[in-house]
Design a protein around this ligand. Structure first.
Ligand SMILES: [Zn+2]
Length: 424
């Protein structure tokens, strides 16, 4: 009998947290390069006949969007908006940042940046524009490209809107970042006019805040073998985990606490783990977690080291809640076909989910089980007869033995009581 309990060991090893060595930061040795810096909308800056500054008086919700979504080709900027010529200037007047639908932005959002430009000449100016972002909370988060576009700025004042996030990459250092909560500023707007590059950092509206919310920004480290062997097709590793964390869960509460597996009530969470915990996982996958390790502890260290490597952290991934030195990410999930079962290390905010069989249901219950540990839950075996023999239906024991599985992942209420999100 295969028991997840035996394979997924919550390790609370004394004396480890003070001895974590530094590792090299910012490796660029061919592993998992970053994938883009947000959305690139080719567009024409739209003249604003009234000369008004967007985003400062109307709440940011109704202003016109100067960007014209176009094909992601190298066709270059449209040139029919106004004649492009040598007699023009380009100055950034103001910026304004909003979340989706013009709302105030918060953690994990894709951001929209409205950049208002002034051209005091009589010709249109063609330029590439890149918006740079600083975080006042997260280390290394300086002048990170948020979004870029090509534009033609016609004479007068015009506004172009760009979108980027929640995951960003520095193309120079290959460090990876996430838009966690905290204070930010647009630190510069890079204007490239036919190779003449100027960074404008004098404009209004640069500072903004991302409010905290229930979003969890989770790097997913994986090896290709995991998805090659998995008996199911998903559009991406992110889609696979979104499915795992939003499929139906239930919480079982026994009528008599002394009989933890007796009669009781089931509370349904159609939105799965995320709804049950009041969180929203937002995943960013990084391929290349190819290692194999001899012990659960080594697996956790391996995932922590690879997280540091691929994210470009200065030190080994450490966890303990959202830290200022982990580039805005909250906790680490690693997926490996080389791992039997799974392992989690709650104090360091890391879990590794491997395989028991290859079916989607079982592998996904391993993944949520291991996150159950990261959220603070021990196994639930001790709730039963002390040997776990009558609680194997519940997620933090094994989970696949419940009569409602696989339609539901059933959690025992005593497990749920121990779990919380400590990230912000
Ligand atoms: Zn476990």
């Amino acid at each position: 009998m295969s028991r997840l309990t035996n394979l997924a060991v919550l390790m609370l090893l004394a004396g480890c947290s003070g001895t974590l060595g530094e590792i090299d930061a910012g490796h660029d040795d061919g592993l998992a390069p970053g994938t883009g810096n947000g959305q690139h909308d080719a567009g024409v800056a739209e003249p604003r006949p009234d000369g008004s500054t967007p985003g400062t008086s109307d709440g940011g919700g109704q202003q016109s969007d100067g960007s014209v979504p176009g094909p992601e080709s190298d066709a270059g900027p449209p040139v029919d908006a106004c004649p492009v010529g040598p007699n023009g200037t380009l100055d950034v007047v103001s910026v304004a940042v909003t979340g989706p639908e013009g709302a105030a932005p918060s953690k994990g959002d894709e951001l929209t940046v409205h950049v208002t430009l002034r051209n005091e000449g009589k010709d249109g100016i063609a330029a590439d524009l890149t918006v740079l972002l600083d975080s006042f909370r997260f280390d290394d988060f300086r002048s990170i490209p948020l979004a870029s576009t090509q534009l033609t700025a016609c004479p007068g004042e015009s506004t172009v809107s760009l979108r980027g996030g929640p995951f960003l990459s520095d193309p120079i250092t290959n460090r990876q970042f996430a838009l966690g909560s905290g204070d930010y500023a647009i630190s510069g707007v890079v204007l490239n006019r036919a190779g003449a590059v100027v960074t404008d950092s004098e404009f209004s509206g640069a500072a903004f805040n991302l409010a905290t919310n229930n979003v969890l920004l989770v790097p997913v480290l994986y090896n290709q073998g995991y998805f090659e062997q998995l008996e199911g097709d998903f559009a991406s590793p992110e889609a696979y985990l979104e499915h795992a964390f939003t499929r139906r869960n239930e919480i079982f509460t026994p009528d008599n606490p002394a009989d933890p597996d007796g009669n009781g009530q089931f509370e349904l969470y159609e939105g799965g783990f995320d709804q049950m915990m009041g969180v929203r996982h937002v995943f960013k996958a990084f391929i290349g977690f190819e290692g194999t390790f001899d012990s659960g502890e080594e697996w956790c260290y391996g995932a922590m080291d690879y997280a540091s490597q691929v994210l470009g952290l200065k030190a080994r991934w450490g966890g303990g809640g959202t830290r200022n030195d982990q580039h805005g990410f909250d906790y680490v999930i690693a997926l490996s076909s080389n791992k039997s079962g799974g392992v989690a290390w709650s104090p360091f905010d890391v879990q590794v989910s491997g395989f028991i069989d290859r079916d989607v249901d079982r592998q996904q219950i391993i993944a949520v089980h291991e996150s159950g540990h990261v959220f603070g839950s021990p196994h639930c075996d001790e709730l039963g007869n002390g040997e776990g023999s009558n609680l194997q239906g519940y997620v933090m024991c094994a989970g696949e033995k419940h009569g409602r599985y696989p339609e539901s992942f059933v959690w025992h209420t005593e497990s749920r009581k121990t779990m919380s999100s400590r990230w912000n």
